[in-house]
Design a protein around this ligand. Sequence first.
Ligand SMILES: Cc1cc2nc3c(=O)[nH]c(=O)nc-3n(C[C@H](O)[C@H](O)[C@H](O)COP(=O)(O)O)c2cc1C
Length: 353
Amino acid sequence: MTKNEKDIHQHRKDEHLSLALKYWREGKNQTSGLTFSDLRLLPNSLPELSVNEVSLKTQFLGEDFAFPFYIEAMTGGTARADRLNEQLAHIAKNQQLALAVGSQSIALKFPELASGFKKVREIHPNGFLFANLGAGHDLENAKRAVDMIEANALELHINTAQELPMDEGDRAFYWLDNIHEIASKLEVPVVVKEVGFGMAQKTFKQLSQTAVAGINVGGAGGTNFAWIERKRSKNGFNVDDFGLSTVESLFEAKAAGNQKQLVATGGISKAEDIFKSLCLGADLASSAGFILSTLMQENGAEKVEATLAQWKADLAKFLVLTGCQNRSELAQVEFLYSANALNFLQQRQGKIY
Ligand SMILES: Cc1cc2nc3c(=O)[nH]c(=O)nc-3n(C[C@H](O)[C@H](O)[C@H](O)COP(=O)(O)O)c2cc1C
């Protein structure tokens, strides 16, 4: 590898951070898909419950998660990215949260960049950490990524709609057999994740035939990599409004009869979003863009921690509001669907539930 290739890779990482932040703040993350506002909670005026009685404890990949949320994969491998990961690791440790690092492919290519990723494990020694790689990497690389941070699980990202608008992006996507091979042989569980374009029923069905332990729907409605990559590139391929939102992807998981553990990511920016995701069948929710945007304010780390503390308190209140004592009762929560949500459900399920 030449120095030039390393510079190009690092420049892309830093550009992703700058552009994701800029466009999140400018609101360039909206698509025409369903949002959490398309689902209204029905009142339960006699909950017969206290906030002290409720628990959102969840088991995910064999571990207990007291709070069903973690910080999603963003970055690593440049000075700026490593500083950000260090901050995120401190926050995750203080809040007892899991954390996913960004793609480690840069550190597999340039091993001198692994130290920044390793720092995350040093800061959060007992935390649940997700390693992260693209789904085209082989088993050997998957093992190296996991070993690098002593990860508890590996996220394999699938991102066709991000690669195609990139001038330097991939153009061939044969991932399914590889995903199964890695998930079958790796010593830690594998979660397949989209990066903001969501998943339709077919994908859940295909993944149901593999050894992956979990699926992260990575829906549209938050960070929009089609927009980010189009602004970085010259080829003009425009899929700004492509994909299924997080809500729609969760509907699709249900319609496909998904049995894998499920993560809701994509535009999660308040406790209500997490709560509704859990009601729609997610085991956990996670955020990238919202956390980045909050962290990059003055006293950002404090603001992120205050927000997470607020979300924990708010989630317990949502349980009481809907008369649920624990996670297993959330499937019974009833919604009033917007006309758009009804339309989606009719088209995609042939029936309304
Ligand atoms: C700056 C930035 C960099 C990202 N890099 C990665 C990555 O390296 N690997 C990955 O799987 N996802 C990556 N993502 C995608 C997120 O993990 C997440 O799937 C996506 O941003 C949607 O969530 P959000 O709307 O909460 O941002 C990145 C997101 C951001 C904002």
